[in-house]
Design a protein around this ligand. Structure first.
Ligand SMILES: *Cc1c(COP(=O)(O)O)cnc(C)c1O
Length: 357
């Protein structure tokens, strides 16, 4: 067993009893939480445990089960309709030129707001022995030039298995880029080993989209893991989820984006939290999302401003949302406001009357 595997197995907290032992039985009511735990498994790695500074803080909220998970209001199990767009097991082909390939059923730690909680943690639902039909589909579909490895967390696979996936994908000429969607740099930075970094370089271009939700997650160990990936030539992005009580605050988001950039991670998306059954208590309003984007755009480096997206419920894909900068567009001119709210006019080109106006 490698070092990261034994760390995961021996030093994580994965039962309610262990959680109660760590935080005290007055804080963890194992009886009350049983239903939430049974509905979606729990694991907190040493890195995540270190990030929790106080009961109920943003890190706690992301990983510790709560009774609120059992109150399903209008959440749905497959909130993004991914199973309907799945031509073969483990694969979702929704967009013209890219496909989502679920390669791992497990994560190092489980986020309580997980949109794929219906599958994640259950090896039977993302079977490791069913890659072949996915590879055959990718081979047969010449329009797919971008494959996104996800799960679960692909980085939970051994280097051997990852290399097998990389090799098989690289043998398909029309696949130009490989992406890994992973929260491992935050959950288990030890997983980014020199061996992995040496291996991945043979299969470039390989991108990684990380997942950080709060500035405190950029610990020295996480930043060092990100540095190893950058040194291995892996371009890094970040997909953040807007979560009530975690990061629904423009100042926290601004600090998160700055810390990411300092670690050479380019913020990519902020997602509105999916209305998934069991995770509804994390949801906040679209106005809040727009307020955050408005507080970033213009006020800080453009590099620090990700796209705010809603993954359309039922399977419409990601749709970007922008604050209203445009007041009116006519054939003559556009009237808009800048980040400070000042109004400006841009004349349309070559339209008769525009000049005389
Ligand atoms: C998010 C997603 C992608 C990738 O979308 P990008 O906008 O290219 O990052 C691809 N397929 C599915 C099903 C997705 O949910």
């Amino acid at each position: 067993m490698s070092e990261w595997q034994s760390l995961l197995r021996e030093r994580s907290v994965a039962t309610l009893d262990a959680l109660a032992e760590r935080f005290g039985p007055d804080v963890i009511d194992t009886e009350a939480l049983r239903g939430a735990f049974d509905g979606f498994q729990m694991r907190l790695t040493p890195a995540v445990l270190d990030q929790i500074k106080a009961v109920g803080d943003p890190m706690w909220t992301q990983y510790v089960p709560t009774v609120a998970e059992m109150e399903v209001v209008d959440g749905v199990v497959d909130s993004l309709g991914e199973d309907a767009d799945s031509p073969v097991p483990n694969l979702t082909h929704r967009y013209p030129d890219r496909a989502l390939f679920l390669v791992s059923p497990v994560c190092a730690s489980y986020c309580r707001f997980c949109t794929r909680r219906r599958k994640v943690g259950d090896p039977e639902k993302i079977p490791l022995n069913q890659y072949d039909s996915a590879f055959a589909y990718l081979r047969a579909h010449g329009e797919i030039r971008d494959v996104i490895l996800s799960g679960g967390d692909p980085m939970m696979l051994s280097d051997r298995r990852l290399e097998y996936i990389f090799q098989t994908l690289r043998a398909i000429p029309h696949i130009e880029i490989i992406r890994i969607g992973s929260r491992i740099t935050s959950h288990l930075p030890e997983r980014i080993t020199p061996e992995f970094c040496a291996m991945v370089q043979r299969y470039h271009p390989v991108f990684m989209n990380t997942h950080f939700n709060h500035p405190d997650e950029l610990t020295p160990a996480a930043v060092a893991a990100l540095d190893r990936l950058s040194m291995a030539g892996v371009p890094l992005g970040c997909q953040t989820v807007l979560l009530k009580g975690v990061n629904d605050d423009p100042a926290i988001m601004m600090e998160l984006m700055h810390r990411l950039l300092k670690a050479r991670v380019r913020p990519y998306y902020i997602y509105m939290c999916d209305p998934v059954a069991g995770g509804e208590h994390f949801r906040t309003t679209i106005q809040k999302g727009l307020e955050i984007i408005q507080a970033l755009r213009g006020w800080t480096s453009g590099l620090a401003v990700p796209h705010l997206v809603i993954d359309a419920p039922g399977g419409g894909g990601k749709v970007p949302l922008l604050p209203e900068y445009v007041e009116s567009i006519t054939d003559e001119e556009v009237v808009f406001r800048n980040y400070e709210g000042k109004r400006f006019v841009y004349k349309q080109p070559g339209v008769a009357g525009a000049v005389a106006h």
